[in-house]
Write a protein that binds this ligand. Structure first.
Ligand code: XMP
Length: 315
């Protein structure tokens, strides 16, 4: 029966058999799935694996630097690419969620492709796809609710074979495998984060200023969850910047500023999710801190919708 250690042993043997001396590339996202896939492949084929981590500018505050440090610590051969200007440029004025996803997906492929071409004779593209990803992208009616595949089309374009060592695992199994591989606990227990990042948490058009406001609010919420021992009790959490301004008072002044929504859910696979019953004291503290410290925000609301019929992300 299934255990992380037997999974690792079998998979490493299979990967060596399948990949031999071939060169493999993998897109790291900072998330647990791609990180576990990378460490597993690194164990199997070492330096024949090159990882590429694209910073599209819509990551969490300090995420790129922190995660790059973790990856280097894990001994991964990783190339970090700052592509902020490209993505902010292409996204300027775009408000429609699926168009944001398409632009980011395509931009990501361009950057990845450009980096990958610098490596000679790459034969394989490895991905941290897990079982629920395969199901969610083929909903029962055949309608795509949200296009999740950020690297869809990449293998064909680059003429690469696809290697997906985690495709039969659920999230909790991926985490157990990561732990068995000796990965840092904060990497393993990291919440899922969408590929298009904060771009789908800014309703309306995206500007560097809005990203910065959202990063600061999100950082307060996520650090608060950790400090209160709540981070590991929720599946996923984040802040959404709303395209709404409302009236407030600050001292004697009337303000007319933005509203943000806090989102935190419990789930086991993201297919269904319930809003997290966070303590009122905690919500009060986070709300105060965001309004006091994040310039441009004067109102905080808490999202109490479950999936279905709502989704986890607002876009
Ligand atoms: P929804 O909002 O559909 O999200 O309930 C389910 C899970 O998927 C994540 N998500 C994405 N992940 N690219 C991704 O890689 C995307 O475009 C995307 N959209 C949603 C979401 O954060 C949640 O974990």
């Amino acid at each position: 029966d299934w255990s992380p250690s037997s999974f690792i042993e079998t998979t490493v043997a299979q990967l060596r058999e399948q990949l031999k001396d071939d060169k493999v590339i993998l897109a790291l996202s900072g998330g647990v799935d791609s990180s576990v896939a990378a460490v597993l492949l690194n164990k199997a084929i070492g330096k024949n694996l090159t990882c590429i981590f694209v910073d599209h500018g819509m990551l969490r505050k300090n995420e790129f630097e922190n995660v790059m440090r973790d990856y280097e610590h894990l001994g991964l051969n990783v190339i970090g690419v700052n592509a902020h200007d490209k993505f902010f440029g292409e996204l300027a004025g775009v408000t429609e969620p699926e168009r944001k996803r398409k632009i980011i997906g395509k931009g990501f492929i361009d950057v990845f492709d450009e980096e990958a071409r610098k490596i000679k004779d790459v034969k394989w593209l490895a991905q941290g796809t897990i079982y629920p990803d395969c199901i969610e992208s083929l909903s029962i009616t055949g309608t795509v609710i949200k296009s999740h595949h950020n690297v869809g089309g990449l293998p064909e374009k680059m003429n690469l074979k696809l290697c997906e060592p985690l495709r039969l695992l659920f999230k909790d199994e991926v985490r157990r495998v990561g732990r068995e591989l000796g990965m840092m606990e904060h990497l393993i227990t990291r919440h899922p984060f969408p590929g298009p990042g904060l771009a789908v948490r800014i309703l309306g058009d995206i500007t560097p200023e809005k990203v910065s406001i959202l990063q600061n609010a999100d950082d307060i919420f996520i650090r608060g969850l950790r400090e209160w021992g709540l981070y590991d009790k929720v599946w996923q959490a984040g802040v959404v910047l709303l395209p709404v301004q409302s009236v407030g008072v600050m001292g004697d002044e009337r303000t007319y500023e933005r509203a943000v929504a806090l989102r935190a859910v419990t789930s086991t696979d993201a297919m269904t999710a319930d809003w997290a019953k966070l303590p009122y004291d905690f919500l009060a503290k986070i709300s105060n801190e965001i309004i006091n410290k994040v310039k441009g925000v004067n109102r905080v609301v808490y999202d109490i919708s479950s999936k279905p019929p709502a989704t986890i992300e607002w876009e």
